[in-house]
Design a protein around this ligand. Structure first.
Ligand SMILES: CCCCC/C=C\C/C=C\C/C=C\C/C=C\CCCC(=O)SCCNC(=O)CCNC(=O)[C@H](O)C(C)(C)COP(=O)(O)OP(=O)(O)OC[C@H]1O[C@@H](n2cnc3c(N)ncnc32)[C@H](O)[C@@H]1OP(=O)(O)O
Length: 222
């Protein structure tokens, strides 16, 4: 069994609920570092630091980057070694470009399970800007992919995104908590149809429909 932690953990997602406990140790440190990097990324969009200050920071980052590079072990689908045998979905989620607390690119979107719905909340900063003052449409699509993806995974036969259709109804504001909702509409053979909405307050900003195709994920790791 333990030779396929990826497949086991994908299967376990049907019953997965986000853990309440805060992370500890190396994982907590990773989350803190990624959060600090998000602060830098946000500030870079409109900072007034002078050239010397920026160059000093760049040099420090380059040095730290080199130190991290030297510790890399190659891609492992399940990240943290201690969590992989337990089939802990957190290890994969930490890397997500949408929800990953260990990935500075992620806003991060926070997901919760509410009955048959997945609810995702995020506040997008200036680094996610598309139209002035509003969220980039591709970023919205990525967030929908994640919440619809989580909803379809809970069928127990998760798939890859086959088709994702977004209808953008109103511009989505930056710097405001917005709420994604997703649910599975129906399952036809290997096709899982999911749908979702994005609201900023009472305003419906976008709607999404996704068709996910159930696949054998263990094949992706070979
Ligand atoms: C690395 C992926 C990680 C995904 C993790 C998933 C679950 C994890 C659980 C929770 C995670 C929480 C959040 C979600 C996380 C991530 C979400 C992001 C997911 C992605 O970001 S994922 C990347 C983008 N995605 C791709 O990279 C797909 C590339 N593509 C392919 O790998 C193949 O193309 C595939 C497998 C799609 C189909 O290939 P295939 O050969 O297995 O299927 P086949 O042709 O036999 O069709 C069987 C039936 O599906 C219909 N069908 C086929 N293709 C369709 C399509 N595109 N749209 C609509 N319907 C389609 C046919 O019409 C037929 O229908 P019918 O039976 O009625 O005739």
């Amino acid at each position: 069994m333990s030779d396929d932690p990826f497949g086991q953990s994908i299967a376990s997602l049907a019953n997965w609920v986000p853990p309440d406990e805060p992370p500890t140790g190396q994982r907590a440190a990773l989350h803190r570092l990624a959060a600090a990097m998000r602060i830098v990324a946000e500030a870079l969009t409109d900072m007034q630091a002078d050239e010397a200050d920026l160059l000093a920071a760049a040099e420090a980052m380059e040095q730290f980057g080199a130190r991290l590079e030297a510790t890399r072990t190659g891609h492992r689908p399940w990240g943290f070694a201690e969590s992989a045998p337990a089939g802990d979905a957190r290890a994969m989620f930490d890397r997500s470009p949408v929800i990953g607390l260990g990935n500075p690119v992620a806003p991060p979107l926070r997901m919760e399970i509410d009955g048959d719905r997945i609810v995702g909340r995020a506040t997008f900063g200036a680094q996610y800007e598309g139209p002035p003052g509003h969220v980039h449409g591709g970023i919205i699509a990525a967030a929908f992919d994640e919440v619809l993806g989580m909803a379809q995974a809970r069928t127990g036969r998760p798939g890859m995104t086959g088709t994702l259709t977004i209808r953008y109804r109103r511009p989505t504001p930056l710097h405001t908590e917005v709420v994604f909702e997703a649910r599975v509409d129906r399952v036809e053979g290997r096709k899982i149809f999911a749908a979702g909405t994005l609201h900023a307050g009472e305003t419906l900003c976008a709607e999404a429909e996704g068709i996910f195709i159930s696949v054998d994920f263990s094949r992706l790791t070979r």
